[in-house]
Design a protein around this ligand. Structure first.
Ligand SMILES: Cc1ncc(COP(=O)(O)O)c(C=O)c1O
Ligand SMILES: N[C@H](C=O)CCC(=O)O
Length: 415
């Protein structure tokens, strides 16, 4: 069967024929039948260089032999126990050891669950009601954060989801990214704010980097107002380097959330922070949080293998950086577009200048992006299908892949 045939069947069974809206490519998505290294194979017999990488987790590419071996080894010993495991101690030790802002961590099953739990914990710890998020920030698909949310919510024009009670999101305040003054004004006017949650590097409106000093400024402002600072490192954790954005920018949040890379491509999430805050969680404290699949042994085994591999081969970050820089340097500068990059994350915007916040990113020409995206796909390069998602390289993209990506960019941007 071809992708179009699969889609005909899928759309009768699943809304939009997909399991997550960002996959609903028009007129129909391609269906993937296999993957290895930097490449996906589709039901239509095409071979694509993958710059989506499962929306970020696959920093070591598809079906990495070391990760596969770790999963297979764990499979042979069972895959769900409903008890604590030595594996979770090992992964907790690695992640806590790598991140300046962590003393304790709790594993969950997705990034959404991690941010939902971190927000509940912040409210439970501070006894305050409101939270502040950044316009265009995406923290998963739970009620409190589906307000001016990035990612698929912005792509589909539903940043404020139907079905979310207004009385619930009235406790979610918004500020623009890269605007410490707006945060200061908001916190000065409201003493019922539990936490400020942000992606330290925005990865769900394309890619928006923090201005120099912005993250240090939000650290100072939140501390001065007794508001917890939550870094959502679901994308940036182990992507911008070991230690995530908090190590890269030298700013220590009170709580951090993780997902994606820490599970090596299997479902996972985690949240962690200062001991005194984390000890508020059940069974030690009154903030309830639980999950049948939390600390799933397969995800833990894949996560440990991934993080150990990254530790053992720290030159991978330099090599990914060089590969992405080669793309950046080769992109034609047309005046119609702009390009931004951080390590192995990169994005071309159809806007003359790189956006600094959600308002600016919405000025991008999404029609031009759509044509460009299709051209890239036809040239054998799969980018996430939205102006509002970021692109990734993995450690296994080859020089030949990079040359093909560059050639595709040059052709598609000159058309
Ligand atoms: C920054 C950020 N936070 C949270 C999430 C939610 O993670 P998950 O999709 O694993 O629920 C995502 C991605 O979806 C994300 O990019
Ligand atoms: N942008 C999202 C996460 O980073 C994409 C994942 C999804 O919503 O399926």
């Amino acid at each position: 069967m071809k992708s179009s045939d699969y889609y005909e069947r899928a759309k009768m069974l699943m809304p939009g024929g997909v399991s997550s809206p960002v996959r609903a490519i028009r007129p129909y998505p391609f269906y993937t039948t296999g993957a290895a290294g930097s490449r996906l194979t589709t039901a239509d017999g095409t071979d694509l260089i993958d710059c989506c990488l499962g929306f970020g987790p696959l920093i070591l590419g598809h079906a990495h032999p070391g990760i596969r071996e770790a999963i297979e080894r764990q499979l042979a010993s069972g895959w769900l126990y409903g008890t604590p495991t030595p594996l979770e101690i090992e992964l907790a030790g690695l992640i806590v050891g790598d991140h300046p802002g962590l003393e304790m961590i709790r594993f969950v099953s997705s990034g959404s669950e991690a941010t939902m739990s971190a927000i509940r914990l912040a409210r439970g710890y501070t006894g305050k009601k409101d939270i502040v998020k950044v316009e265009g920030g995406f923290h998963g698909a739970h009620d409190a954060v589906l307000v001016k949310a990035g990612s698929g919510a912005t792509t589909l024009g539903i940043p404020n989801s139907a079905g979310v009670l207004p009385e619930l999101v009235e406790h979610t305040r918004q500020v623009p990214f890269n605007n410490p003054e707006a945060l200061e004004t908001l916190l000065s006017a409201n003493d019922d704010i539990a936490a400020f949650i942000l992606e330290p590097v925005m990865g769900n409106v394309g890619l928006i980097l923090p201005d120099e000093g912005y993250l240090a400024a939000v650290r100072e402002i939140t501390a001065a107002h007794d508001v917890l600072l939550i870094f959502d490192e679901v994308i940036t954790g182990y992507r911008v380097g070991i230690g995530g954005a908090q190590a890269a920018y030298g700013v220590k949040p009170d709580l951090s959330t993780f997902g994606k890379i820490i599970g090596g491509g299997l479902p996972i999430g985690a949240f962690g922070g200062r001991r005194e805050i984390m000890e508020m969680i059940a069974p030690l404290g009154p903030v309830y949080q639980a999950g049948t699949f939390s600390g799933n042994p397969l995800s833990l085994a894949a996560g440990i293998a991934t993080i150990r591999h990254l530790h053992a081969h720290s030159d991978l970050y330099r090599r990914m950086d060089e590969a992405a820089r080669a793309i950046e340097e080769a992109i034609p500068r047309s005046g119609r577009g702009s390009f931004v990059r951080l390590g192995s994350m990169f994005k071309h915007y159809f806007r003359p200048e790189v956006p600094r916040d959600y308002r600016e990113v919405q000025e991008c020409d999404t029609t031009a992006f759509g044509k460009f995206w299709k051209g890239m796909l036809d040239a054998g390069v799969f980018l996430p299908a939205s102006q509002f998602e970021t692109n990734f390289l993995s450690a296994v993209h080859t020089n030949q892949d990079v040359d093909q990506i560059i050639a595709a960019y040059v052709t598609c941007l000159s058309e």
